[in-house]
Structure formats: C-alpha cells, structure tokens
Ligand binder design. Structure first.
Ligand code: PTJ
Length: 258
C-alpha cells in the first residue's frame, strides 16, 4: 500500500495530507474549506465555488502560469503605489489563506476588510477573529457604515474608511456584481479568480487567473522584492502589464493546454 492510499477522505488535520501527494493542493484546499464551514467562517455555497475553481485549476495544470506571475507582480506594484489599499476577505478567502492575507497586508501596508455575500453578524465576527488569530491587528468590515452604490445585496455593506474610501482593492473569489460596482466608483481592482471568463476578472484592471493558495504568497514575494523600487519603476511595471493578454493566455492554457 502506498502512502497515498492511506490518506483518509476525511482528514482531521491538514498535516495528515502528504505534501508530495499528486493532488496535494486540491486535498488541502478541500480540507480548509470543510474546516471553514465547520467553524462558521465559510458559507456552504463556498464549497460549490471551490469545486468550480478546482476544475479550472486542474485544466491550468495546478501551477502559476507565466502570465499569472506577471499579473501578480503588477498587482504588487499597484498595491505599493496605492494611497489606501484594501484587501477584501470573504468566507473562502478566510478559510484558505488567512495568514497569507495578513502577510500581504503587512508587505504593502493595506487594510483587511471582511465583506460577505451571505452576510450575518456571526460570520463577520468569526472571520475577523480568525484573521486576528492569524496575526491581524485590525480588521475592518464590522462597522459597515457605508454602501457601494447600485448594488442591492449584502456585499454593498462596507466601511466608510475601508473599501468605500480605498483607491486600490483586492477582490478575490466572487461573482461580478460588486466588481462592476467598484469599477464604477473608479477604484483600481485586482481580482483573483481561476475562471478567466467570469465577470470579475473581465472587468478588473489586474485579473489574476491563479489559485489563491499560490497567488497571495507570490504577490507578497513580489511586494517584498519591490519594497525598495522607486515610483517610476513601480509605474512602469503597472503600465507594461497587459490585462487582455493575461486573460487570453489563461484561456488558451485552459482550453488547449497551450
Ligand atoms: O463568504 P461569502 O458569503 O462572501 O460567499 C463567498 C462565495 C465564494 C460563496 C461567493 O462569493 C460566490 O458564490 O462566488 P462564485 O460566484 O461562486 O465565484 C467564485 C469564483 O472563484 C469562481 O469563478 C471560481 O472559479 C473561483 N474560485 C474558487 N476557488 C478558487 C477560485 N479562484 C481562485 N482560487 C481558488 N481557490
């Protein structure tokens, strides 16, 4: 019997998944989402979102393709140039990359804000607490004293001194309504979504077609690498990034394996 045969379908701790398992990232991701649901952080719908993402990731080859790496570098440059960058956190993001989002926020001096589609006070509090357990000092999104115009669901609720006032917002793993509404507020949007045809990456200034598990640590690495870059260098990285090309290359990889 190989080590892989001994991986239970229902692992209790993620350390039980062997890191060299050919489906390691997928098993880890599934496990984190399940744990998120058990803890009241992730909505049950997050499991469906994860399933969709996982299928796209399989077709991408479960790796950061070169165009996604370029997008992650451009995203880091945007965040470093921003006056008020905010990283938006939903139930899937909190379950999958809590510590990694805290690290990115610290590398680019951004705020973390909980923003949920299926919003309940209990989930907002549980996610804020979870982020604090992973090292966050301050978590926004609990006040929710402002509204994103032209958006009639719960995701419109934001903090006046958070997403509402931000100039650059990282919006991972969600549908397109809010992405479009934020764009109408003239914010620079960075979207992480494994489906290049989804509305959110289609409207983003920087669409990142990559698994959030790989994308966020890679953005942090780029941000640390660029920490001493001057404004001109950061602007040239931003200007050279071609969003259409990034979307086309991701779609070509998914459709044709190119
Ligand atoms: O926590 P809440 O209440 O705010 O709800 C969050 C979910 C994710 C349930 C909600 O935003 C939702 O239903 O989103 P969608 O419309 O399913 O969109 C999620 C997108 O994220 C899909 O296009 C997936 O392909 C993509 N996705 C899923 N998992 C990953 C991913 N992209 C990157 N990395 C992933 N691990």
């Amino acid at each position: 019997m190989s080590d892989y045969d001994t991986v239970s379908a229902d692992v209790e701790h993620e350390e039980e998944i062997p890191a060299d398992h050919p489906r390691y990232q997928d098993l880890l991701t599934r496990h984190r989402i399940e744990t998120g649901i058990e803890k009241g952080i992730t909505h049950l719908q997050g499991m469906h979102a994860e399933g969709r993402g996982s299928a796209f990731d399989y077709l991408l080859g479960e790796e950061t393709i070169p165009s996604a790496d370029g997008a992650e570098r451009a995203a880091a440059a945007h965040l470093l140039l921003a006056d008020q960058p905010v990283l938006s956190i939903n139930g899937n993001v909190a379950a999958l990359v809590p510590g990694e989002m805290v690290d990115l926020a610290s590398a680019v001096d951004a705020d973390l804000e909980v923003n949920l589609f299926n919003r309940t006070p209990e989930r907002v509090k549980a996610i804020a607490e979870h982020l604090r357990e992973h090292g966050a000092d301050e978590v926004k999104g609990l006040t929710a004293d402002a509204r994103i115009p032209k958006l009639d669901h719960q995701r419109a609720k934001v903090d006046a001194d958070g997403i509402y006032a931000a100039d650059v917002v990282l919006v991972p793993l969600e549908d397109g309504d809010r992405a479009e509404a934020l764009q109408e507020m003239d914010k620079t949007e960075i979207v992480i979504d494994l489906n290049p045809l989804s509305r959110s990456p289609q409207v983003a200034a920087v669409p990142i077609v990559d698994n959030i598990i790989r994308a966020v640590p890679n953005m942090t690495e780029h941000a640390r690498d660029l920490a001493d870059a001057d404004e001109a260098e950061l602007r040239s990285i931003v200007d050279e990034f071609d969003r259409e090309q990034a979307l086309e290359e991701a779609e070509a990889r998914i459709r044709n394996g190119l």
